[in-house]
Every structure is written in C-alpha cells, then in structure tokens.
Design a protein around this ligand. Structure first.
Ligand code: SAH
Length: 265
C-alpha cells in the first residue's frame, strides 16, 4: 500500500505538472545592476513599488506592471548604503531571490545580466547567451562529494523552442564572486566548460531549486576574459551598449513567453 509520503509526493508532482500546462502569468526578472534594470523598466513601462514587499530598511527595489498577459516583477538589489555601488554578487542575489520568491510566487524566473565571455568558446562582445546550465567556480572543497556540492551544477529550465525561435547563442555559465579571474578560478571555469562568466547566476539557481521555481539565464557579453583588454576597463566601456542589447533580447524572450505554458518554451 502507498505510504502517506508517497501520496504527498504524487500530489506534489501532479500539481507541478498542472502548473506546467497553464499559461505563465507571473515573471520574476532578477538583475544585479541598475544599468541593466533601466532599459527593461522603460521598455515594459514598469513602476517602482512604493509599498515594498521586502523587509523595511533593505535596499532592494521592485518595479512591476502588466505587459501583454504577463505580470512582470523586475527586482534589483539596490545600492550598498555606505558605498553607493550596486549590491552585485552571490550573497546579495541569493537573499533577494529568496525574498522575491516568497513574496511573489513567480511561475518563471529570468536572471538577466552582463557577463564576461570566452572567445576560445565562441563568445564576442554584445552576444546574448541563454545558459544551458550554471555552476560555481570559486567554491573549491577537495573532499569527495563535497567537491560536487561546491561546484553546484544546476540545469536551467529547458527551452528548446525559445532557443530555436530567437537568435540567441547557448553555452554554460560559471559564477564566482570576483570580476577578475585568478588561476584557480580559471582552472575551475575550464572544468565547468563555461562560455560565459558572471557573479550571480549559480546563486539564483541554488535558491530557485530550493523553492522549485523554473529559471532561465540570459547573459550579454560586456568583456572578453581571454582577450587582451583589462576586464574592468572593457566592462565599463561596453556596459551601456551591451545593456541595450540585453534589453532587446529580454523583450524578445518575454514576447515569446507571453501566452505560453512552461512545456511550450
Ligand atoms: N565596476 C562595476 C562593477 C560591476 S560587477 C560597476 O559597478 O559598474 C560586474 C557585474 O557584471 C556583475 O553583476 C557580474 O555578474 C557581471 N559581469 C560582467 N563581466 C563579468 C566578468 N568578466 N566576470 C564576472 N562578472 C561579470
């Protein structure tokens, strides 16, 4: 006879399958930087939330509105209260993702942002990638099984039709908390077989998996990691133009998603 646990598992699976067949209604767009957020806020005509869904005092900002049939929530982590720079990186984005899912119960998460690209893997400045999977490159724990826990490899939600329809590249994304790349990081990024490198993706994936929310990653290349130019300089030089391309790509993705259910993506 089936145990109560088995019955609960079966009920949960049935609920997930049911949700996958309903058109997606609520999108959570998570971005790390204000410069990445603003083209999207303008495009979707979102307004800033005056009555915050987040704990009082945190710098996190939600913009929201209806776009076609979709309730769009764009979240960015605001600025560091002492230093005035964007709260980029895995810690900030993990907390933000957790709080946003709890408050908004989205049907799909899109983590959109900029990234470094590897020209040896075919990346060029301005390319927009839909990541096939994500992993960490700065969590080295050389003990059996803990090593795999550290790498934290997770698949993005499969979107074969989206990939076919839109002109996006695909590749693996590797995440760490540094903009530069140490030799240790480089070895892990190579082991991860990554084409693009960012500071948030795998952290968003971790929280999304905990709370069972399907997630995709759209990353636009601001700098070539295995090129000649210093990363920080190249990043700042290309940021404005590349965030405009990112905005266009995210708009195409959202237009494609509108009216569809998860299994149609
Ligand atoms: N000096 C910049 C710092 C931003 S940090 C500023 O405040 O304007 C870089 C951001 O872009 C992170 O959110 C990260 O996800 C992404 N990024 C772009 N290029 C990257 C690279 N080569 N390595 C890691 N992250 C990168």
């Amino acid at each position: 006879m089936a145990s109560l646990d088995d019955k609960l598992d079966a009920a949960e699976e049935a609920m997930v399958a049911e949700a996958e067949r309903r058109p997606i209604s609520t999108i959570l767009l998570i971005v790390a930087m204000q410069t990445e957020a603003l083209p999207l806020v303008n495009k979707f005509q979102l307004s800033e939330d005056l009555d915050s869904v987040f704990p009082s005092g945190v710098p996190w900002v939600r913009y929201h509105g209806m776009y076609k049939d979709l309730q769009i929530n764009l979240i960015w982590p605001g600025k560091d209260s002492a230093l005035g720079v964007d709260n980029v990186g895995t810690i900030s984005l993990s907390l933000l993702t957790y709080a946003s899912i709890q408050a908004l119960q989205p049907g799909l998460i899109i983590n959109a942002g900029t990234a470094g690209g590897f020209k040896a893997k075919g990346a060029c400045i301005g390319d927009v990638f839909l990541a096939s999977d994500v992993a960490f490159h700065d969590r080295r724990i050389p003990i059996p099984v803990f090593d795999l826990y550290g790498v934290g490899l997770r698949q993005s939600y499969p979107t074969p039709n989206l990939l076919k329809e839109l002109n996006l590249k695909t590749g693996k994304l590797s995440t760490g908390d540094s903009l530069d790349m140490s030799p240790h990081d480089e070895a892990s990024i190579t082991a991860n077989d990554a084409t693009v490198k960012d500071m948030e993706g795998a952290a968003v994936a971790y929280v999304a998996e905990l709370l069972k929310v399907p997630t995709i990653f759209i990353k636009a290349v601001t700098d070539i990691v295995d090129g000649e130019k210093p990363t920080a300089e190249e990043f700042l030089q290309n940021l404005a133009a590349v965030t405009a391309s990112l905005g266009q790509a995210v708009t195409q993705v959202i237009d494609f998603i509108n009216g569809k259910c998860l299994t149609e993506l």
